[in-house]
Design a protein around this ligand. Structure first.
Ligand SMILES: NC(=O)c1ccc[n+]([C@@H]2O[C@H](COP(=O)([O-])OP(=O)(O)OC[C@H]3O[C@@H](n4cnc5c(N)ncnc54)[C@H](OP(=O)(O)O)[C@@H]3O)[C@@H](O)[C@H]2O)c1
Length: 250
């Protein structure tokens, strides 16, 4: 398997993006990190410099809903690190309201960030990889994508289902070429996105979750539930049980 030395992560200022950056840094990989909160990226870069001084870290402030900025920022990173071997489309939000509750703006924000901006990131990533003859595109979906979910989760789950489908389409486009596409579907991992929500079953801490995510990304499979246990069998059950039965657990 090719070692992907230069890795771009969007949404790297907290949670899974930050945790994956630290895991890849521990493996000696160079990093291109972006998010809106530049102060957090600066602190992360300083931490990586202290713990892993050989690792190169480039940072940029980027709001992924500023679609026109995405490709130029990716190209700047590419130039700064001398190429990008892997791009992880990770930035996302967990906001959402029941459909019909009169709070369309919240749901639109979720669609815009989790799907439209993810599409813009995939467009920019694939263009770059085509110009360089290869690369690994990774999209961060969710176990929530495997089934339509009720209430505040409805639109979030739909955006992640759309992202999983988008990723498979891009994978089909580049089948057998130097461009690989992986979709990671995390279960519950303790980050800011879950803050304020009720206790979640089978939740793991961010360090455990990010270590499992990086292991799964490095395998470069088409799709992976993370952590594999218990989320692979749970996802299978979620997909196949009758809706009435599923609702008892949600
Ligand atoms: N934690 C879980 O249990 C879980 C499960 C399944 C899937 N996921 C997915 O994992 C991804 C990361 O989430 P997380 O758990 O790490 O949550 P998090 O701690 O809230 O991190 C979200 C990251 O996305 C960035 N972001 C949000 N909106 C952005 C925007 N408009 N432009 C640029 N960056 C933006 C945030 O950075 P700024 O605010 O600084 O911009 C932050 O770095 C998301 O796609 C989420 O849906 C998480």
């Amino acid at each position: 398997m090719t070692e992907r030395q230069r890795i771009l992560i969007t949404g790297a200022s907290s949670g899974l993006g930050r945790g994956m950056a630290l895991e890849f840094a521990a493996r000696g990989r160079d990093l291109a990190l972006c998010a809106r909160r530049l102060d957090r990226l600066e602190a992360l870069r300083a931490e990586i410099a202290r713990r892993y001084p050989m690792v190169r870290v480039a940072i940029r402030a980027l709001d992924v809903t500023d679609y026109a900025r995405i490709a130029p920022v990716f190209r700047e990173f590419d130039a700064e690190l001398g190429g990008l071997d892997r791009i992880i489309v990770n930035a996302g939000i967990g906001r959402g309201e029941p459909v019909g509750s009169g709070r369309f703006a919240e749901n639109l924000a979720t669609v815009t960030t989790n799907f439209v901006a993810a599409l813009a990131q995939c467009e920019a990533a694939i263009e770059l990889f085509k110009s360089r003859g290869g690369g690994h595109l990774v999209t961060i979906s969710s176990v929530a994508s495997v089934r339509g979910l009720p209430r505040a989760q409805t639109v979030y789950a739909a955006t992640k289902a759309a992202l999983t489908s988008l990723s498979e389409g891009i994978r089909a486009d580049h089948w057998g070429s130097g461009i690989r596409v992986s979709t990671i579907l995390p279960g519950y991992i303790d980050t800011e996105i879950l803050s304020g929500s009720r206790q979640r079953p089978f939740i793991v801490d961010a360090e455990t979750g990010c270590r499992a995510m990086v292991r799964a990304i490095e395998r470069e499979r088409a799709t992976a539930f993370v952590p594999g246990w218990p989320w692979t069998p749970i996802a299978f059950l979620m997909r196949h049980v009758p809706l009435g039965l599923l609702l008892r657990f949600l």
